[in-house]
Ligand binder design. Structure first.
Ligand SMILES: Nc1ncnc2c1ncn2[C@@H]1O[C@H](COP(=O)(O)OP(=O)(O)OP(=O)(O)O)[C@@H](O)[C@H]1O
Length: 271
């Protein structure tokens, strides 16, 4: 780990819930991520930042299992999950949101969140949902209700997702990722399309999820206001290579980070 600049020591929790070691992802001739080591610890909100095309989403995809690394390992809650399918990782406690919405517009908010939990529970075998005992379906419904309440969108449960604002849709995605109390949440540019007040609401909901459930979060984000608001620790990628990591303010003041974002030593205010 490299901690840029002198900064008061940040005490990071001991338990590592998501770890990549030597993570390398190749797309044909493009090395999108190169030998990247990253750690997210229990109850932390960790940011992954870097200029466009730096390999941030690819890193999230490799953690979620939707991209197969050329080399390296991914560890989730102490298990090496490198060979696990995305569904198995989700069942083990990994939830994620997407940069571009992956919601079903014609279904209601509650149905969208419910479908995600059903898919996770059925492990890619949808017929299992129909065979599930009544009790487990009730339990699933309770999890949906809890997730909607946590994300402040219980009043939208019956609304069609296609009729919602961008800010509301971001919260539906968050509820879907957090439903069933995921232990680790991967958030990909959650503030994209949100205005400052919606971003503030989103930030406080993420913090409350972490505070109440002890979940950990790895968030890819360009909005430095949100990054400052919620992340205690940052990793920076540039051209797929680890540039530095450390406490948020120290990283944002680091000349290498400013150079990577803007080609100058100005702060990446909103890259
Ligand atoms: N499926 C793919 N096939 C080929 N190349 C890809 C694929 N996905 C990503 N890349 C390339 O890998 C590199 C990293 O892309 P990635 O989307 O991970 O960057 P990013 O840091 O998330 O960028 P942004 O901030 O713009 O979302 C880029 O050069 C991109 O063009």
């Amino acid at each position: 780990m490299t901690t840029p600049n002198a900064e008061p020591m940040l005490h990071r929790p001991d338990e590592r819930v998501l770890v990549t070691r030597g993570l390398t992802v190749q797309f044909g001739g493009t090395r999108a991520v190169s030998e990247f080591d990253l750690e997210v610890r229990r109850g932390e909100i960790v940011g992954l930042i870097g200029p466009n095309g730096a390999g941030k989403t690819t890193t999230l995809n490799a953690c979620a299992g939707t991209v197969r690394p050329a080399a390296g390992t991914v560890e989730l809650l102490g298990s090496d999950v490198s060979d696990w399918t995305p569904a198995r990782r989700a069942r083990a406690g990994l939830g994620r949101t997407f940069q571009r919405f992956a919601l079903c517009d014609s279904l209601s908010v509650a149905q969208n969140v419910g479908l995600a939990t059903e898919a996770r529970d059925s492990g890619g075998r949808p017929w299992r949902c129909f065979l599930a005992p009544r009790g487990s379906r009730a339990e699933q419904q309770a999890r949906v209700t809890e997730a909607l309440e946590t994300c402040g969108i219980a009043d939208l449960a019956g609304r069609r997702v296609g009729s919602l604002s961008t800010g509301q849709r971001r919260l539906v995605e968050l509820a879907r990722a957090a439903c069933g109390r995921s232990s680790v949440l991967l958030l990909d540019e959650p503030s994209s399309g949100l205005d400052p007040s919606e971003t503030e609401t989103f930030a406080s909901i993420v913090r409350s999820i972490v505070d109440t459930t002890g979940a950990s979060v790895l968030v890819v984000e360009h909005d430095m206001t949100l990054v400052r608001e919620i992340c205690a620790y940052l990793y920076v990628l540039d051209f797929g290579v680890h540039l530095c990591d450390g406490p948020t303010e120290a990283v944002l003041r680091d000349d290498r980070v400013r150079q990577a974002y803007l080609g100058t030593v100005e702060e990446p205010a909103h890259a």
